[in-house]
Design a protein around this ligand. Sequence first.
Ligand SMILES: Cc1ncc(C[n+]2csc(CCOP(=O)(O)OP(=O)(O)O)c2C)c(N)n1
Ligand SMILES: [Mg+2]
Length: 365
Amino acid sequence: MFDYKALDKYDPIKNKAFQLLDDAGKPLNAKWKPALDQEQILKAYKDLLFERTADQMAVSYQRQGRMFTYPPNLGQEAIHIAAGMVTQEQDWLVPAFRELGAWLAKGVSLREIFLYFKGQEDGSRFEKAKRMLPVSVPIASQLVHAAGLGYAINYNKEKDTAVFAYVGDGGTSEGDFHEAMNFAAVWNAPVVFIVQNNQFAISVPLAMQTKSINIAVKGIAYNIDSLLVDGNDFFAMHEALSFAREHAVSGKGPFLIEARTYRAGAHTTSDDPSKYRSKEEEAHWAEKDPLKRLKGYIKHAGLDALNDEEQLIKQFKKHIDSEFEAAEKHPEYPLEDVFGYMYDEMPDELKRQKNNYENYLRGAK
Ligand SMILES: Cc1ncc(C[n+]2csc(CCOP(=O)(O)OP(=O)(O)O)c2C)c(N)n1
Ligand SMILES: [Mg+2]
C-alpha cells in the first residue's frame, strides 16, 4: 500500500510525480507489489480496453453524423478506471465531461451516454447510477456542488462516504475551483478533487494556463493535502486515489490529486489539434500510453495475459453498437421542451426562434 511518509517526498513543491511503473510497464522499484490481485488487474485491463473501444466508436458515430459532438477520452483511461475501482456505491461522482470509464463504473449505461451526446436530456436521467451528478459543461461549476455535497455528508453524519469531483487543467483557472477548494477545506468536507491535467484546454497549452510549477501546489494555500500523480500509471492512480478516499472519509478533509496525463485525441470532434501541437509531442506521449503500460506490466509480471484480445474487442463492439442503436430508437423530444418552459408567456424573440426552427425542420424533411 502507498506509504504516505512519502507525502513529504512527493511534496508538490518538489514537482515529482508519484509513479510506480516505467513507460514500458516495469515497476520502478523491484520490491513493489500491487495491492490488487491478478483477477482485479486483468479486470482493470479489460475495463481500460472497453473504455478505449467505446470511446473510439463514439468518435466514429459522430463522424457518421449520428451524434452531435463528443469529447474523446483517449490517453486518459487509467485515471478513470482506477477511480471507478476506488469509488464506492455510497460515494458521489461529480463529473466534468471527460471521464467515460468512471461513469461506466458508477453504473451509467452507454445508451445514456450516447443519448446525452445526441443532445437528449434523458441521457442525464441515469437509471442505475446512484449518487452521480449530470455531466457539467460550464467549466469548474461542478466543483462548488461537490464541496456542498461534502458539507452535506458531514452535516448528515454519513459514514464512509466521499465525493469524487473531476475538473481539467483549464478548469483550475476558474474562480469556482478556488471557491470550492476553500470551502471544502474550511468545512473539512470529504471531497477528492481530481484534476485531469491533460496539458490542454482546447488549444491553450498548460504553460499559457498557469505560472505555477504544477497544479498540485494550488492545494497548499488552502491547506489541502495534494499529490501530483502520473495519470497514465494505473497502479499509481489506484494507490493515490485509495489513499485520498481513506484520508477524506477518516475525517482528515479534502484531498487534491493532479493526474498528469495527455489528451491524445482532439478536444472534441469539432477540434483539430494538428493546428496547435506537434507530431513529436504526440509521439512522446504515445510512449506513455496507459494501456500499453498496463499491458507491459501484465507481461512483465507473467500474469495470464488476455489471449484473444481481438475477439474481446469484437464482443465489445457488438455490445457498444447495440447500445448506440438503442439510443437511436429513443423517442425524439418534443420541440416544445426546448422553448416552452423558460417564460410564462413566450417573448417575441423566442417566438421568432421557434418559428425559424420549425421552418428549418420542415425544410430539412
Ligand atoms: C465557464 C466556461 N467557459 C468556457 C467554456 C468553453 N470550454 C469548453 S471545454 C473548455 C476547455 C476545458 O479545458 P480543461 O478544463 O483543461 O478540460 P479538458 O477539455 O482538457 O478535459 C472550454 C474553454 C465552458 N464550457 N465553460
Ligand atoms: Mg485540459
